[in-house]
Write a protein that binds this ligand. Structure first.
Ligand SMILES: Cc1ncc(COP(=O)(O)O)c(C=O)c1O
Length: 397
């Protein structure tokens, strides 16, 4: 039977990351994957994670299955982190939460619930968006529509085009929004723009689904959730897909959560019921390790402040890298790269053609996607000048 299968092409991002790993040039620069890296090019384990993990291993009595909705301490902590401790919807009991295998699991379960509630729903995705959104949501059977988002000329959000496209979203449709640190472009909505999206959702009856995988890595934990909180405050219904991969460094532990903010508690409970039924169809119970660590951190004031301080350090470092990358690129090319400083989080487009991105790989061992999306966190003091000189070389400056 299996001999009938055709070989599939490698995933373009993972394939490129493997190519970069195999490159033996000591000067190589790998900016492919969306993974935070420190000055030594390592993706570190947070000190709070290390400590919580040690306590967990010392105290763990059983490996019995997790409850279907996951670890309650983690889910409670995530609700507070995403919505704020004083959130009205939390006090009103209008939010339900299911712990998921990473942000991908949250997107998948969220889409399964959308499909159950509105089988003809179209999901509106930004152009561009994280490419994995399409197979992840599409495999549930949902249709897609695209809204224009990023203007390569201004390196900014084209909000007029975005709202012109979203005027066509109907009741029962879902609009997928990046909560912060847009992947791949780094251009985020202002609070006034979030308010306009909330007004449109209210008027037109579409439901926002907010994918928030980088909270704390753009402008701090609270500011990065401000747009999401505004939607939740003003609308009867918001779906949230959250990940602890990046902001707790729990990538391989597959830790995330899907939240359903609903008009009342019974709708929230029904949403959870459908999410759990979908999980049962796919993988049954969520993984334990990452959520038990995250839950311990978020339930312990001392560990949480240590985690917050380390995350703030990463955020400050990324924003510092944006300043040095802009300056190095401007000196090497004489062009304007102010947009790199304006954008948020781990990603930016450098504005190169696919052919220039390929030349960077071939001739300089500088690895970025063909779209010229870079992981800013892969830049460091040791490679920034080489990176800028390589970009200048392919630009012909
Ligand atoms: C935009 C976006 N959403 C969601 C995710 C999901 O992350 P994970 O499933 O690793 O938690 C990612 C990971 O790269 C992402 O970039």
């Amino acid at each position: 039977m299996l001999e009938h299968l055709q070989a599939l092409p490698t995933d373009p991002v993972l394939g490129l990351a493997a190519e970069a790993r195999a490159d033996s040039n000591p000067e190589k620069v790998d900016l492919t994957l969306g993974v935070y890296m420190d000055e030594d090019g390592l993706c570190p384990v947070f000190a709070a994670v290390r400590e919580a993990q040690q306590a967990l291993v010392a105290e763990e009595q059983t490996k019995v299955y997790m409850p279907p909705a996951g670890d309650e301490a983690y889910n409670t902590g995530m609700r507070r982190l995403l919505l704020g401790g004083d959130s009205r919807v939390l006090a009103e009991g209008r939010v339900s939460t299911v712990q998921t295998p990473g942000g991908c699991g949250a997107l998948r379960l969220g889409s399964e619930v959308v499909r159950a509630a509105s089988p003809g729903a179209r999901v509106w995705v930004s152009d561009p968006t994280w490419p994995v959104h399409i197979p992840l949501l599409g495999s549930v059977g949902l249709e897609f529509a695209t809204y224009r988002y990023y203007d390569p000329a201004s390196h900014d959000v084209d909000f007029d085009a975005m709202t012109a496209d979203l005027k066509k979203a109907r009741p029962g449709d879902v609009v997928l929004l990046h909560g912060c640190c847009h992947n791949p472009c780094g251009a985020d909505l202002s609070l006034a723009q979030w308010a306009e999206i909330a007004r449109m959702a209210d008027l037109q009856g579409f439901t926002p689904m907010v994918d928030i995988a980088y909270q704390g890595l753009g402008d701090g934990l609270e500011n990065d959730a401000a747009g999401l909180r505004l939607l939740v405050e003003r609308l009867p219904e918001v779906i949230i897909a959250a990940s602890s991969s990046k902001n707790m460094g729990l990538y391989r532990e597959r830790t995330g959560a899907v939240l359903f903010v609903c008009e009342d508690a019974s709708h929230a409970a029904n949403s959870t019921g459908h999410a759990l039924a979908a999980a049962r169809r796919c993988y049954s119970m969520p993984p334990a390790h990452g959520a038990l660590i995250g839950g311990r951190i978020l339930a312990d004031t001392r560990l949480e402040s240590a985690w917050r301080a380390e995350l703030e350090g990463m955020c400050t470092r990324i924003n510092g890298l944006r300043v040095s990358l802009r300056s190095a690129l401007e000196s090497a090319t004489g062009r304007d790269y102010a947009f790199i400083e304006r954008e948020k989080g781990m990603f930016s487009f450098l504005g190169l053609s696919a052919e220039q991105a390929q030349r960077l790989r071939r001739e300089h061992s500088v690895y970025m996607l063909d779209s010229s999306r870079i992981n800013v966190a892969g830049v460091n003091a040791g490679n920034v000048e080489y990176l800028a000189a390589s970009v200048a070389a392919v630009l012909g400056d």
